[in-house]
Structures are given as structure tokens and as C-alpha cells.
Design a protein around this ligand. Structure first.
Ligand SMILES: *[C@@H]1O[C@H](CO)[C@@H](O)[C@H](O)[C@H]1NC(C)=O
Ligand SMILES: *[C@@H]1O[C@H](CO)[C@@H](O)[C@H](O)[C@H]1NC(C)=O
Ligand SMILES: *[C@@H]1O[C@H](CO)[C@@H](O)[C@H](O)[C@H]1NC(C)=O
Ligand SMILES: *[C@@H]1O[C@H](CO)[C@@H](O)[C@H](O)[C@H]1NC(C)=O
Ligand SMILES: *[C@@H]1O[C@H](CO)[C@@H](O)[C@H](O)[C@H]1NC(C)=O
Ligand SMILES: *[C@@H]1O[C@H](CO)[C@@H](O)[C@H](O)[C@H]1NC(C)=O
Ligand SMILES: *[C@@H]1O[C@H](CO)[C@@H](O)[C@H](O)[C@H]1NC(C)=O
Ligand SMILES: *[C@@H]1O[C@H](CO)[C@@H](O)[C@H](O)[C@H]1NC(C)=O
Length: 833
């Protein structure tokens, strides 16, 4: 049966080989070394290869690691009759030989290698059915704390042997948060971030995980898997912030002193202290057990608290966890005595301070901690110097240090100062502080005059101003050089005119009474004066000035004959310059203090323009006044006492003269050289200028008006105004003779009243040479001829006169020629047409 089946199969495979592929060389070939790969686990009777040998060979032989699986048929067909198992033998080394009919080897033996290829025919299996582990609270996330491990017999070089781990369940699981994670390749189990933060043995000390392992990289639906359970204990984290530490300052125990400790969850951590404040001094250390020490005495008064951090690192210096905050508070001990605020504390108290009033506070200081018994201070007065008038003048409040007046008998005059010694104590120490109390004077004394009456004094009324007429003196018992003892003198009666003043010597308080304004017998002959002495500072309550602060004095003024006095030193008056003779232009008044009659006179009336009425003081003009001569006329007026003494005084009389338009306009100069060339070719014109002798200041901007002096001339001439001062004279035609024309021109000044003047402009028509007037000698226009002159002289003068006349003529002639020439050259220019 069995054989039959085998053969049947072989037939099938032979068929398959020949019909299916049939290629020579892939499934059949000569005998030579070959390697075949065959999957394990395949069905029995699988053909591997058909060997062909030389014709001599009649059969084949198979040897080697056949394991009774591999066989060869006599015709050379190699096959295996059972399924292969890689896990039993992964490689079979076989030898094939070809034999002849005699059984002798013809070829071979030739090595044939069969490699068994893996199929996933093995399940992964966890090494333990159940795992147990533990983890510290707050362990670093991702740091493995245990492993699970599974094996698979399949080839690890193929996916069949590649295992993937996976947590498929966590119990308990709150809010669907995974606290644990597994490395899917290594099976390492660690905490997630949430697990690191939230695991707490007090809430839940144990967890169960179900972990699976899968082969084929977990990617294949044909993969095998296994699972195991993992029990995990959560253990308390011992890396915890220790309680704040209190260290007593200035401890005498030997150093270093252990104050606290920290510990990492595992041994072999490296500890260090981190100080973020970086103070100059850091008196702490840590050893490798995690014990923390203070290395030297602390001083609370220097620094009363420290904060620093303890860090744990692994051997590579990597932090194992967050550093822990270490807080150290330095506890106070009473190691500081009280201190005084200053060497001497100065307080002040007024003489009249009331009993029980606060006069100041001594605030001593203690460096020990505030609001503890170590800095609670008490005060006690232990000495008073001097003990005058008695001891115990002052009190101090035990706890506040406030001083009070215990008795009211302070007098600066007697004791200006007290020194107190005050004992200030805390729990263990005593300190002496010094307090100086100065007594302040108050204005409780009034000035007292040395005498109440300074008697009678007679003075002439002309006593010079500034004369010291009396010295007065009062004294004040208050503290010198203060406003309480300084004295001001005042005259309260008898000097309503203010003729006197009092100057006070600030050192001696002596008062000097002086004449300030002239005394006047005629006004007040007897002054009954009352002096009052006062302090600039107000008096203390209950003290008042009285009669002893004032004194009397009688000043008798005697008469002196005095000169008359003008009512003013300068009298001003103003009149028009054209006032009529005898007009009153001003008056002056003087009075004699003694009431004698006065006679007035003038002095310095150099132009004789004025007279003064000797009785009334009225001043009159006695001659025409002329502003153009004196615009401000200054004379002195004299008042003379009528009696025998003839005392007199003078004052000024200033008379201002107002201008009047009393000067007619005139030509600016004598126009002697005006000419036109003869015969005129066309009408022409000449310019001339007018002026006025009145006040040019007040007539500035005045406009003269010009016109021809005679209407009959209008057919030949024309005058036209150019501006306020200039005008032109023009010819209207050319029909003029060769001679001098005298043209009258009227000029009006437009003043008030308006004044008009008529001037004559001489205009010559003459022959011109190069635009100059050519004058034949001896034919000067407007000058008498030689013959005429001689005739007149002969008939009226003596022979001597003839000589003089000749001389005169010569001078006149030369002067005239000179005039004409210079006028032509520089002043007159004909207007050319
Ligand atoms: C898992 O077990 C195998 C066999 O015992 C071992 O070779 C391997 O090192 C283990 N893996 C781990 C991560 O422990
Ligand atoms: C295994 O874990 C790695 C990273 O941890 C991830 O990239 C990979 O996808 C995981 N493989 C499987 C099959 O889950
Ligand atoms: C420490 O205490 C001693 C007395 O015990 C004292 O003399 C010393 O001044 C103190 N040091 C400080 C810094 O307070
Ligand atoms: C008080 O003490 C000061 C020095 O601090 C000294 O000069 C003064 O004379 C003393 N006064 C009295 C009244 O003892
Ligand atoms: C001052 O004069 C008055 C009267 O003029 C007189 O009564 C008085 O006695 C005089 N006093 C002195 C001190 O002379
Ligand atoms: C004024 O002074 C006199 C003498 O010094 C004295 O007797 C008198 O009492 C004083 N008057 C007053 C009101 O104090
Ligand atoms: C001139 O005297 C009279 C009295 O005679 C007076 O009223 C007038 O004010 C005086 N005029 C001047 C300018 O002093
Ligand atoms: C008026 O006119 C004359 C001639 O043109 C000129 O010289 C003079 O400056 C003028 N005067 C004024 C005030 O304009």
C-alpha cells in the first residue's frame, strides 16, 4: 500500500517536472556539487533533483546526513520522503555517487547541501508565567525598572523569530491613563510621564499588567503570541524635601553639626549642595550619605535665614531628580546688648514746661530679634547731675523711654543744663546711655528803664539832623542775645511829627535819641515824650509790660530867626513869545517862619525882559520876548526878610517861550546867478528853495506855497511847486530880451497866523559859451556903470572920497565877478530842453 502510494506520487512529480517546467538544468542535470533550499514542514515524497551520469553508470548512491529522510532512486532521482524540520537540523550535508553495474564508483562522491528554510512553526513563549517587580514613586519616566523576556525557536534572522512586546492591560487604570510603558523590542518596563508624576503608594501600592509578546514583528495575521502577567509594587519615594531646619545662632557645639539629611531612592547617588543666592559665606556641606551639616557658627544679626538645594546625580553627573529645597532659619539668642542712639542724646525743655509733659524719648536699639524677649528694653534713670534744686526732676517711662518733667522748678539762670545717666537693660545685658537736658529760657522778664524820668532838655530849633540829644537805657533779665532780652525803644507820646528816632546798640541795649526831622519851634515848642521799651519776642503767658518799661522826657524847643522859605525850589511858567509887554508871566511865594514881611527881587535877568513885584512876587514881562533868542529863560528870584537881619533865600524861575509864527518865508539864499541862454531855443525852468526862521522843529513838514508876485507876468512866466520847500520858475515862450528880469515870487508859509513874503528872483538872459553865461567885462547886469558912479561921487564926495570910491569899486567889481562865476559853476544849472 505504502509503496503504491509512493510510486503514485513519483509518477505525478515526474509528470510535473517534464510537463510543467521541463527545462534541462533546473530540475535535472549532471552530477556536480549543488545546494538546495527547501522549506521545512512540507509534505512527504518531494522530488529535489534528477541527476544524469555517464552511460557507464547504472545506479546512484546517497550518503551523509540523510536522517532517513533523503533517498535517491537508481535512476538518479533525489527526493525526501518526510517533512523537514529546521529546528531539528537546519542544514543536511549529503554526498551522491554514480556506480557501474559492478558497484564501482564511476563519478563522485559529489557534495550536495540541503538548507532547510524556516517557516513560522514555533510560538513565542515567556520565560516566566508571572513576573514581579517594584518601582519608586517619582522615578524618572522612561528609566527601566524591570524586564520581561520571551523566546521563539524560529529563526531570529527572519520575521518568524522577531518578537514584539506590548502592554495590553493595566489594572487598575484611572481615567484611561497609562502609568507604565514597555519597550516593544527589549521588554523593558518603565514609567510614563504621568506615572512618574501621579503614582502614589498611599493611593494605590500595586498594579497588575498583562504583557503580550508576538512574533512575525506583530505584523502578520499568522503570527503567534503569548502573554504573561506582571505584578508591580509602588514604593514610596524617599527623595523628599526635608522639614525646614532651625539652628540656634552662635552655638558652642563642635562643628560641623548635622542639621538634616536627604536620600536618593537607590544607593550610589552623588550628592551636592547648590546655592542660588551666592552669599559671601556658605557655611553648609553634604556628605555621600546625604547628611547635611552646618560648618561654623551662624549669626542671626548678620543673616537670619538660608535657602539652598540638595542635588542627586548619577555617576555620569546627570541629575537623578529635581533638587530639594533646604530651608534653614537661624534662631535668635540674646547675644547683643542694647545700644544707645548716640553718645549723648540732647533734649530741651522750657523753663515753664508743665509737670508731666513729655520732653523727649530715648530710643535705644537691640540687634537681637525684634518682638522677642531678647530685644525687649527697659529704661531707668540712675543719675542726675546736678541735683539742683533737687534730685528726681525727671522721670523716664520704663518701657517706652519717654522722659517727663517731674517737678516744675527749672530756671535757666540757675541751672542751664542737666546730665542724666540712664540704664537700658534687656534680658541679660545693661547699657548706660547719657541724656543731656538743656533748659530753654522764655521771655518772662520785661525790660526795666534805669530811671522813669529823663528830665528837661532845651534845644534850639535849628539843631542839626542826626544830633544825638539823649541816651536812654533799659535792661532785661532774660537770656542775653535772644529776642527775649533784646530791647526795642519806641516813642509813644510827644512826637507826632516824627522828629526824633532812637537807635539801639544791640550789645548794650543803650538807646540813642536823635533828631530825624528839623525841630520847629513855630510848630511844637514843648514835646512831652514817653519812651516805651519792648522785646521783639512776645512775652510768656501771664507776663505783661508795665510802668517800669516806660520813661518820660521833656524836650523844649527854642526859637531861631530863619530865612524866608520859598514854597518851591523851582518855579516853571510858559508863555507865548509874542505876549504883550507888561503881561504877568508867573508868580512866586515865600514865607518867613517868623512871619516877617518879605521883599522879592530878581537876579540874573540878563536880557532885561522881566520884573518882579517886590510885595506880591508876581513876575511881568517888560520887553518883547523872542523865542528865537532864548527858548528857556532862567532867572533867580530872591526873597529877603524885611527886618534888620535881611536873611534871604533864592529859588529858580524858568520861563519857557512858546514859538509864534513871526517870520515870513524867504529864499534859502541870494540867487544871483540864475540864467537862460540867449536867444532861448525853447522854454526852460529854474529851481529855487524857500525857508522860514520860525521853530523848524514845530514847523517840520510845513508846506510853502508859491505864486507869481504879479498877475501881469503870467503870460511870460509860471511858478510851480515841486515839494514843500522847492519850486520851479519856467518861461512860457522864447521871446525874451538879453537882459536881467526881476521876477517877484510870493511864498506863503501856511503857519498860524499864515505869513507871506514876496521875494525877487533875478533871472538873466545872456549869451552862452559852452553852457555858461558869457559876460562881457564892465557890463554886469544890475551894477552901476563906471560913468554913473563917477558922476555921483564927483557931485557928492570930496577928492579923498574919489580915491576911496575907486578902491571901493575895484573891490566890489572883483567880488561881483567872483560871485557870478561860482554861482554858474556850482549852483545854477539851466534846464536844457
Ligand atoms: C531573554 O532570554 C534569553 C534566553 O534566556 C537571553 O539570551 C536574553 O539575554 C534575555 N533577554 C533579556 C533582555 O533579559
Ligand atoms: C515599537 O516601538 C517603536 C518605538 O518605541 C515604534 O516606532 C514601533 O512602531 C513599535 N513597533 C510596533 C510593532 O509597535
Ligand atoms: C557669640 O556669643 C559670645 C558669648 O557667648 C559673644 O561674646 C559673641 O559676641 C557672640 N558672637 C556673635 C557673633 O554674636
Ligand atoms: C554734661 O555733660 C557734658 C559732656 O557730655 C559736659 O560738658 C557738661 O559740663 C555736663 N554738664 C553738667 C551740668 O554736668
Ligand atoms: C522841667 O520843666 C517843668 C516846667 O517847664 C518844671 O515844672 C520841672 O520842674 C522841670 N524839671 C526839671 C527836672 O528841671
Ligand atoms: C518798678 O520798679 C520799682 C523799683 O525798681 C519797684 O519798686 C516797683 O515795684 C516796680 N513796679 C512794678 C509794677 O513792678
Ligand atoms: C500867584 O499868586 C496868586 C495869589 O496872589 C495865587 O493864587 C496863584 O496861584 C499864584 N500863581 C502862581 C503861578 O504861583
Ligand atoms: C524837494 O525837491 C528838491 C528838488 O527836486 C529836492 O532836492 C529836495 O530834496 C526835495 N525835498 C524833499 C523834502 O523832498
Amino acid at each position: 500500500m505504502m509503496m503504491q502510494a509512493q510510486l503514485h506520487c513519483l509518477c505525478l512529480f515526474t509528470l510535473y517536472l517534464t510537463t510543467g517546467y521541463g527545462q534541462e538544468g533546473k530540475f535535472s542535470g549532471p552530477l556536480k556539487p549543488m545546494t538546495f533550499s527547501i522549506f521545512e514542514g512540507q509534505g512527504p515524497s518531494q522530488i529535489i533533483f534528477q541527476f544524469k551520469a555517464s552511460p557507464l553508470a547504472v545506479t546512484f548512491k546517497l550518503t551523509g546526513e540523510t536522517d532517513d529522510i533523503f533517498q535517491i532512486q537508481p535512476d538518479g532521482l533525489l527526493y525526501h520522503n518526510k517533512a523537514l524540520d529546521r529546528e531539528t537540523r537546519a542544514v543536511h550535508k549529503l554526498q551522491v555517487s554514480a556506480l557501474d553495474a559492478h558497484g564501482n564508483t564511476v563519478e563522485g562522491p559529489v557534495p550536495i547541501t540541503i538548507e532547510v528554510k524556516d517557516i513560522n512553526d514555533n510560538r513565542p513563549v515567556f520565560l516566566q508565567p508571572k513576573y514581579e517587580g517594584s518601582v519608586r514613586q517619582n522615578s524618572r519616566p522612561g528609566k527601566p525598572f524591570m524586564y520581561v523576556n520571551a523566546t521563539d525557536l524560529d529563526d531570529p534572522a527572519t520575521p518568524n523569530g522577531q518578537l514584539i512586546y506590548q502592554i495590553i492591560m493595566q489594572l487598575p487604570k484611572v481615567n484611561n491613563v497609562m502609568y507604565f510603558q514597555i519597550n516593544n523590542k527589549t521588554g523593558a518596563i518603565s514609567l510614563t510621564l504621568e506615572g512618574s508624576q501621579e503614582l502614589d503608594p498611599l493611593k494605590n501600592p500595586s498594579y497588575k499588567l498583562v504583557v503580550s509578546v508576538e512574533d512575525m514583528g506583530g505584523q502578520n495575521e499568522h503570527s503567534f503570541s503569548d502573554s504573561t502577567s506582571v505584578d508591580i509594587m509602588v514604593k514610596e519615594n524617599i527623595w523628599k524635601t526635608p522639614e525646614p531646619v532651625e539652628i540656634e545662632e552662635n552655638s558652642t557645639n563642635p562643628y560641623p553639626i548635622k542639621i538634616t539629611q536627604v536620600q536618593w531612592n537607590d544607593p550610589d547617588a552623588l550628592y551636592s549642595l547648590v546655592d542660588k543666592e551666592k552669599p559671601s559665606k556658605f557655611p553648609f556641606s553634604i556628605d555621600q550619605e546625604g547628611d547635611i551639616y552646618v560648618t561654623q557658627p551662624l549669626d542671626r544679626e548678620e543673616k537670619d535665614a538660608y535657602v539652598f538645594y540638595a542635588a542627586a546625580r548619577d555617576e555620569h553627573g546627570k541629575p537623578l531628580a529635581f533638587p530639594l529645597k533646604i530651608q534653614v532659619k537661624v534662631k535668635d539668642i540674646n547675644d547683643n546688648p542694647p545700644t544707645c542712639p548716640s553718645t549723648v542724646t540732647v533734649l530741651e525743655v522750657q523753663e515753664n514746661e508743665e509737670i508731666g509733659n513729655s520732653i523727649g524719648t530715648l530710643i535705644a536699639h537691640d540687634m537681637d530679634e525684634e518682638n522677642t524677649i531678647n530685644s525687649l528694653l527697659t529704661y531707668r534713670i540712675v543719675d542726675q547731675t546736678p541735683k539742683v534744686p533737687r534730685d528726681g526732676l525727671f522721670l523716664v517711662q520704663t518701657y517706652s523711654g519717654m522722659f517727663q518733667l517731674a517737678a516744675q522748678s527749672l530756671r535757666k539762670r540757675d541751672t542751664p543744663q542737666y546730665n542724666l545717666t540712664v540704664e537700658v537693660s534687656d534680658k541679660d545685658f545693661k547699657t548706660l546711655c547719657f541724656v543731656q537736658i538743656n533748659i530753654i529760657d522764655i521771655n518772662d522778664q520785661i525790660p526795666i528803664f534805669e530811671k522813669s524820668d529823663y528830665g528837661n532838655l532845651t534845644l534850639p530849633e535849628d539843631t542839626a539832623i542826626g544830633t544825638v540829644i539823649l541816651t536812654i537805657q533799659a535792661t532785661d533779665a532774660d537770656e542775653p542775645n535772644t529776642g527775649s532780652s533784646k530791647i526795642l525803644y519806641r516813642i509813644t507820646q510827644g512826637d507826632s511829627e516824627g522828629c526824633l528816632e532812637i537807635e539801639t546798640d544791640p550789645q548794650t541795649n543803650t538807646g540813642y535819641v536823635k533828631v530825624k526831622k528839623p525841630l520847629d519851634f513855630e510848630a511844637v515848642a514843648i514835646h512831652n515824650i514817653v519812651f516805651q521799651a519792648e522785646n521783639p519776642e512776645p512775652l510768656a503767658l501771664g507776663v505783661q509790660y508795665h510802668a517800669n518799661s516806660s520813661a518820660t522826657f521833656r524836650l523844649i524847643v527854642t526859637d531861631v530867626n530863619e530865612a524866608p522859605q520859598f514854597s518851591q525850589q523851582v518855579y516853571q511858567a510858559k508863555v507865548s513869545e509874542d505876549v504883550a509887554k507888561g503881561t504877568k508871566v508867573g508868580n512866586v511865594t515865600a514865607k518867613d517862619p517868623e512871619g516877617l514881611d518879605i521883599s522879592y527881587s530878581l537876579r540874573g535877568d540878563k536880557r532885561g525882559w522881566l520884573k518882579i513885584d517886590p510885595v506880591t512876587g508876581e513876575i511881568f514881562s517888560v520887553a518883547p520876548l523872542d523865542r528865537e533868542a532864548e527858548s528857556l529863560y532862567q532867572v533867580q528870584v530872591v526873597a529877603t526878610e524885611a527886618g534888620g537881619s535881611s536873611l534871604s533865600s533864592t529859588a529858580q524861575f524858568h520861563l519857557t517861550l512858546r514859538d509864534v509864527n513871526d517870520n515870513p518865508p524867504r529864499l534859502v539864499k541870494e540867487y544871483t546867478g540864475l540864467f537862460f541862454c540867449y536867444p532861448p531855443k525853447a522854454p526852460g525852468s529854474l529851481i529855487f528853495e524857500a525857508t522860514d526862521d520860525d521853530d523848524q522843529q514845530s514847523f517840520r513838514g510845513r508846506h510853502f506855497t508859491f505864486s507869481l508876485g504879479s498877475e501881469s507876468l503870467q503870460k511870460d512866466w509860471e511858478v510851480s511847486k515841486i515839494n514843500g520847500t522847492h519850486a520851479s520858475l519856467s518861461t512860457k515862450h522864447t521871446g525874451f530880451e538879453e537882459r536881467v528880469y526881476h521876477i517877484p515870487v510870493r511864498i506863503s508859509d501856511g503857519g498860524w497866523p499864515p505869513l507871506e513874503g514876496t521875494v525877487s528872483l533875478p533871472v538873466t538872459f545872456c549869451k552862452c559859451v559852452e553852457d555858461r553865461c558869457f559876460q562881457p567885462a564892465g557890463h554886469m547886469p544890475g551894477i552901476p556903470t563906471v560913468g554913473m558912479t563917477v558922476g555921483i561921487l564927483l557931485s557928492t564926495l570930496l577928492v579923498i572920497g574919489i580915491i576911496l570910491a575907486v578902491v571901493f569899486f575895484q573891490i566890489k567889481k572883483n567880488k561881483g565877478q567872483h560871485n557870478v562865476e561860482s554861482a554858474q559853476a556850482s549852483e545854477v544849472k539851466p534846464l536844457r530842453n
